[in-house]
Design a protein around this ligand. Structure first.
Ligand code: ZN
Length: 347
């Protein structure tokens, strides 16, 4: 059992309320870094000093927030209205169990039972503003004693391993998989340069924490560790997958917000080739990661993204390959160990 992934995915940290996961990560890294601090936004930043070979600072980012819900009102019946924090497909919500507020009150996102649906309603999507979270309270007063407007709600999903332990399901692999990988890097040997690890907040609502972390890091280069949606299931038309589970680390070239630094991308691929670490190029296109914010911070930071492919991103239960997870740790580590100021030299 991968205890790191279990602990990290079962911890709660919806965008803007990352305290629980931040404290967990702080405790997991404190003995392996030279210093750590928390900035004004709530990013946890840690420095692992280098061996002194290169006068260079490299930022490695992993956002620690997850998508979730925010309570907007309490009905007279005691039902909770809510909105989304981060992007959702509304269809993924009905019938799911959530934990609401700091006291983790259990609730269910209510749905009308199939017995009571009229013909024609089957084919309609129930929108998020028509849904309610039911915490079993008799009325508004009873509900208000345990939750309040502005409380967050997070999904409840136990981490499990399948397929002889090489596949995992759980919530928030986006991006606790990246956080776990970054923790493993911090627990390893020193790098030839100072490594600045940033566990950032509020990525899911617009790359907000990374903007501040990148400004503070004063880095010469940056690597972003992520979990990217895998679109690799059977489909009506034959379209090649963007990335597939089990086929290696997803390497970004271009997304909706960036063209990744070509020197760093070339270095990543050369490292994967020479060390036999499987990787796959993510189909260039939509989406975005903290690289979008980091690349354009200050005077600009050469940056690129590595990601674990994950099925069912932004739903209560995701699935990843633990081979891909092991490989992102290997590829990120090998990429960093062979990084020099020459990697970014331009003629
Ligand atoms: Zn993410």
């Amino acid at each position: 059992m991968n205890d790191l992934l279990k602990q990290l995915t079962e911890a709660v940290g919806v965008s803007g309320a990352e305290k629980e996961v931040r404290l967990l990560i702080r405790d997991l890294i404190a003995d392996h870094v030279d210093e750590w601090s928390v900035d004004t936004m709530g990013n946890l930043t840690a420095t692992k000093r280098g061996t002194g070979d290169y006068d260079m600072r490299v930022l490695v980012d992993a956002h620690m927030d997850e998508v979730g819900l925010l309570i907007t009102d309490i009905d007279s019946s005691g039902m909770l209205r809510f909105t989304n924090v981060g992007g959702f497909d509304d269809r993924a919500l009905l019938g799911k169990v959530v934990q609401v507020g700091p006291h983790k009150v259990t609730g269910v996102i209510g749905a009308r039972a199939i017995h009571l649906l009229k013909r024609g309603e089957y084919s309609k999507v129930v929108r998020i503003d028509a849904m309610r979270i039911d915490i079993g309270a008799k009325n508004k007063e009873a509900a208000s004693s345990s939750v309040k407007v502005g409380d967050y709600a997070a999904f409840v999903t136990e981490y499990e391993e399948l397929d002889g332990g090489r596949t995992a399901i759980g919530k928030a692999f986006d991006n606790r998989a990246g956080c776990a990988a970054l923790i493993e890097l911090l627990r390893g040997e020193r790098y030839p340069f100072d490594l600045v690890a940033a566990f950032t907040v509020q990525e899911e609502v617009g790359l907000r924490g990374a903007k501040i972390a990148a400004f503070n890091a004063r880095a010469d280069a940056a690597l972003v560790l992520e979990c990217t949606p895998a679109f690799d299931l059977p489909k009506e038309q034959d379209r090649s997958p963007n990335v597939a589970l089990g086929k290696g680390v997803s390497v970004y070239v271009m997304d909706a917000r960036t063209i990744q630094d070509p020197r760093l991308v070339a270095h990543i691929m050369a490292t994967g080739d020479s060390q036999g670490i499987p990787y796959q190029v993510r189909q260039p296109g939509g989406g975005g990661t903290n690289t979008g914010a980091i690349q354009r911070a200050g005077a600009g930071i050469p940056a690129a993204t590595l990601a674990v492919p994950g099925r069912y991103a932004h739903t209560p239960t995701m699935m990843i390959s633990l081979d891909d997870y092991d490989n992102i740790v290997r590829l990120a580590d090998a990429t960093l160990r062979t990084l020099t100021p020459d990697t970014f030299r331009r003629d």
